[in-house]
Ligand binder design. Sequence first.
Ligand code: HEC
Length: 108
Amino acid sequence: MKKTLMIAAAAALVAGSVSTAAYASKPFCASCHAGHKDKVGPSFSSVVEAYGSTDAVFAFLNSDADLEPKVAAFASKAGTMKGQLKKYRKLNDAKKAEVRAWFESEIK
Ligand code: HEC
């Protein structure tokens, strides 16, 4: 009984630290993007508008399709995003999920 309780407590600790880590820092995208403001890259709200939905944006990010810039005002800067896209596609599923959660919180 005591042992079971200790295992449960340890599991709770681990779960706690994992969920804190998920929100401890913004993904690297944040150095060039924000939800409603253009920075080095277009605002995510203008990206969602160009794609039609957040699902469509992530369907593209998670595919292996080439980058064909859809936000006209930023089209000449596609070279900057190409390297970032490669970096994103190398992330594991958990990290990709963090990027999406952050993306969605930014466009709220
Ligand atoms: C070094 C700066 C930089 C970083 C870091 C960066 N981006 Fe970008 N991003 C850009 C620029 C510049 C564009 C505009 C050119 C383009 O649309 O391809 C862009 C465009 C985009 C687009 C629109 C692509 C299209 O089809 O028009 C999406 C979606 C996007 N970024 C998502 C992300 C996500 C998600 C991350 C993090 C995983 C990220 N970016 C990191 C600079 C960056």
